[in-house]
Design a protein around this ligand. Structure first.
Ligand code: PMV
Length: 377
């Protein structure tokens, strides 16, 4: 299956070196090919936790694509046939923390699209959100990188791939760098992992499901409450392995499938209360699984718990809000467009003081990646 998905790039195409070397350029130096993409982060409402060989998820997940939390990545190639597809630098630094995940993705992609092995890659990348805020930047960073690499593959092979197919290929490729990144390729809501309630769903790539979502939930807001900017004590690559011998794994797989089916129903019906109940259940379950793993860890901080309690209390009093958590202490506060003003007051009066340096990122449901064409022309 993996071979067939990207095989379009491997048909007959003009022979390397590509493109033509510039007259007079030093030996081995060719014209540069540039690709630049902006790709958003996403927040899972049903969590992906635990994986099988081949970067396949133990359970299906669903996420909402964000808008304001994104990565802009520009990749520039140099012709270097002996290089076998190597990253020269990320922001001028070969020690950049993203290099290992990017290398994993690139190595795998070179096997799938061998023509990429003719180049070295210089990467410039920046996040819209401040560095070291504890927000998972791998979803936006890896998806932006995958888009750039496939864009370059398209330019080299002169293959024009229809947009939806291109984004699905990018989802398929992103998965190899970071599982959750494969959900960042489409706007609105996205499902990754085979599940009977979503025809066409796959463990290999994510698919958009926004057309099944009630209009009132397509404009959901997400205020990311920064409790701590300390880098994660449990990197997710390590976190997923905790599920290998976890005694609750079979139950978790069943539970996630049921939660996804129920949550999708709530999204379709526009049932905010049911959505809130299921998303919080998922967030609590993720942390319960982490705490009940061998050598269990507490990733919430005291202020995380305070915020969660305040959100649940204010919902009891009728405010349309709910929370979700990633594998870390920061809280995502979700609310509908209609509640923006009143939730703003709630945040300022009750939550702001619990955030590190009053740090909050105001985000909302976004439309997916954008190509920066001016950069590449
Ligand atoms: O994509 P990874 O390997 O960083 O794992 C992400 C795991 C969670 O963020 C905890 C859940 C999810 O589905 O995004």
């Amino acid at each position: 299956m993996s071979r067939t998905m990207l095989s379009k790039f491997n048909g007959p195409h003009p022979p390397a070196p590509l493109p033509d070397r510039q007259a007079g350029s030093p030996k081995g130096e060719g014209e540069k090919i540039v690709a630049c993409w902006r790709s958003p982060s996403n927040i899972a409402l049903v969590k992906y936790w635990g994986k099988k060989e081949g970067q396949l998820p133990l359970n299906p997940s669903i996420s909402m694509t964000l808008d304001q939390s994104y990565t802009v990545t520009r990749v520039e190639t140099e012709l270097a046939p002996e290089s076998c597809g190597r990253i020269i630098s990320v922001n001028g630094d070969i020690q950049h923390p993203f290099v290992p995940k990017m290398e994993t993705l690139l190595k795998w992609l070179v096997q799938e699209i061998p023509v990429l092995g003719n180049f070295t890659f210089r990467v410039e990348t920046s996040n819209s959100f401040p560095h070291s805020t504890g927000i998972a930047s791998s979803a936006s960073g890896i998806s932006a990188f995958a888009l750039c690499l496939l864009n370059i593959a398209g330019k080299v092979t002169k293959k024009k791939i229809p947009l939806m197919e291109f984004l699905t290929m990018a989802s398929f490729a992103s998965r190899m760098g970071s599982g959750s990144a494969c959900r960042s390729l489409f706007g609105g809501y996205t499902v990754w992992g085979k599940t009977p309630c979503v025809p066409g769903s796959s463990d290999l790539f994510a698919i958009p499901v926004t057309d099944r979502v009630h209009p009132s939930l397509r404009t959901l807001h997400d205020a990311i409450l920064m409790v701590s900017s300390t880098p994660k004590s449990l990197p997710s690559s390590q976190g997923h392995t905790l599920m290998v011998n976890h005694p609750f794994t079979p139950a978790r797989i069943r539970q996630a499938g049921n939660n996804l089916s129920e949550l999708l129903k709530a999204l379709t019906m526009g049932d905010f209360d049911r959505l809130a109940e299921l998303a919080e259940y998922e967030a609590m379950t993720l942390h319960a699984l982490i705490m009940s793993s061998q050598g269990g860890m507490i990733l919430m901080e005291p202020n995380t718990i305070q915020i969660v309690k305040k959100i649940q209390a204010v919902r009891q009093r009728g405010l349309a809000v709910f929370f979700t958590l990633d594998a870390g202490p920061n809280v995502h506060l979700l609310y509908p467009e209609s509640a923006v003003s009143v939730v703003g007051t709630f945040i300022r009066e009750e939550l702001l003081s619990l955030c590190e340096n009053g740090s909050i990122i105001y985000d909302y449901c976004g439309t997916g990646p954008i190509q920066n064409k001016t950069e590449t022309q």
